[in-house]
Design a protein. Structure first.
Length: 228
């Protein structure tokens, strides 16, 4: 007999504990969506989870510790689905598939992203954690633009700065289109419409066209604007 193997009773207890922990995390997302992270109480979270408030501390030290764990899961999901290796050489297909993945993740977990961003304004640990999430997205998008440039697209643009600006636009746009109290609190924006608009904005913002088809340089465009 393997003395290191857990007994059936311990296995059941561990499985039950894992299920409760997951139930608390899912309940936290719902509670934060309703009240916001600053206002939500542990009792509210545990009411959503249909558990006693005292059970919370069996799994998390504080609601901040819970949010850190949820944010890390959010980051890992972005890494796996948005920052995955390119599965096609077509830059536009890559862009569309990654935007779709980001939109889906944000739509499902906007309470976590919103709470983490708000906490990053007042807490250094959350500031570092949120910066890590953003830097991951910036690196991924910058790599995509670099791959496109090798095929003659997006000429002359600083890929890192472009990625930073576009990620900022994407994050805040997703917040406004999904979070309670955003720009359209009474409107449901379906996936197809969101993806079409976001893709068009990204394509035009970066100048996603081959060098051979680019007839207007930056200097010419600047001169045109100055002449108006």
């Amino acid at each position: 007999m393997d003395v290191d193997s857990p007994s059936p009773v311990r296995k059941r207890a561990r499985h039950k504990g894992d299920a409760t922990r997951e139930a608390v995390k899912q309940a936290a997302k719902r509670a934060i969506a309703i009240d916001g992270f600053a206002a939500v109480k542990i009792a509210d979270i545990m009411a959503q989870a249909e558990r006693s408030p005292g059970a919370f501390y069996l799994y998390f030290r504080s609601k901040e510790a819970l949010l850190h764990e949820l944010l890390e899961e959010f980051r890992q999901r972005l890494k796996q689905e948005v920052n995955r290796p390119a599965d096609t050489e077509d830059p536009l297909e890559n862009l569309t598939s990654r935007l779709a993945a980001f939109w889906k993740i944000y739509r499902e977990d906007w309470p976590i992203a919103t709470a983490a961003f708000q906490m990053s304004m007042v807490d250094q640990q959350f500031a570092r954690a949120w910066r890590s999430v953003r830097q991951q997205g910036i690196r991924g998008l910058s790599t995509m633009i670099q791959l496109a440039q090798r095929q003659g697209y997006s000429p002359g643009i600083d890929t890192e700065l472009a990625a930073s600006a576009l990620c900022s636009m994407l994050e805040y746009t997703c917040y406004n289109w999904t979070a309670k109290g955003g720009d359209f609190p009474e409107r449901f924006i379906d996936d197809e419409t969101a993806l079409k608009v976001l893709t068009q904005l990204f394509v035009h913002a970066v100048g996603w066209q081959p060098l051979s088809n680019s007839n207007v340089s930056y200097d010419a465009a600047r001169a045109l604007i100055a002449a108006r």
